[in-house]
Design a protein around this ligand. Sequence first.
Ligand code: NAI
Ligand code: MG
Length: 356
Amino acid sequence: MRTHKIAAIPGDGIGQEVIPAGLAVLRALTERAGDFRLDVTEFPWGSDYYRANGRMMPEDGLDQLKRFDAIYFGAVGDPHLPDDLTLWGLRLAICQGFDQFANIRPTRVLPGLESPLRGLAPGAIDWVIVRENSEGEYAGHGGRAHRGHAIEVATETSIFTRAGVERIMRAAFAIAASRPRKLLTVVTKSNAQRHGMVFWDEVAAKVAEDFPEVRWEKELVDAMAARMVRKPAGIDTVVATNLHADILSDLAGALAGSLGVAPTANLDPTRQYPSMFEPIHGSAFDIMGQGVANPIATFWTACMMLEHLGEGAGARRLMRAIEAATAQGVLTADLGGTARMDDVTEAVIAAIRGDN
Ligand code: NAI
Ligand code: MG
């Protein structure tokens, strides 16, 4: 039997609720499929671990994770700790340590869900946003000086390297080429940011030569935000920088009904390191511990994980089960429903068991 080793890191807040739900769904799936198994190890890393040990994960955390085939991640963030400490201490430490440079964010309006966009035609939103995940605005390059003085200064420098831009463009063109419409929108702000973003456009044009089957176009990020709302049907695959795609993909999640359904994959496409799969949302302080978090994003990202592990049939079966549950109207409060997280989990498990 095929076996995949999974490191599960629930992290903080609702991460501690949705990851166990995701693991329960995956157990039901492997029982139903019968031809592969997941060997799951859980790691109690995050803010509680920080309070006990002064670090978000052990010093050899990355070494421990290296031997896994994939990482299934919840969220980080604690109301009593600075967000940059928790994010850089765990999630970004893994993304950067494992060079997970391609952040893939699919968006669709699942059956039974309603987009906040009025009169949206079915299927009008079917996007994949490809986010550069290793450099750009989140490279961590900058500093502060003269703290507390009137002359205090802070810089946050965006980094765009040829290697970094070229590899994300290749990943984005390849994804666009794999989809029926073969359309890629390259997002920049190359009118105002005239160094890094002009470079980004130049690299896109060069990589495009290797993908003659893909139609590609350029769009400025502000115009892209408006277009996602006004003309969503004309969009397919989108590639953008770390910051721009971060913002556009939250918008995409909201347009699909809720941040609670939006999944993401942090990929090392070279497969030198394990890739990491997570919901887009954070630890959601306002609803944590109440059992009302929407687990759909965490289930959907499990589909992406299975796809990455070569379990395409399992991924499709899980997606069918998720869509069966949403179509039945088993929805949490963020989607206007009254279901609790466990109700959604049970509905998806029942759909897996009934799937043939
Ligand atoms: P958030 O995503 O945690 O929450 C934003 C809003 O969406 C909240 O009202 C929340 O209740 C709602 N929401 C999010 N996920 C939901 C779900 N599954 N079901 C139902 N409602 C859901 O973002 P926020 O509030 O900006 O950040 C909270 C903490 O999470 C911060 O510490 C932040 O740094 C961290 N964070 C971590 C991320 C990660 O680990 N990948 C990503 C984003 C934020
Ligand atoms: Mg974000």
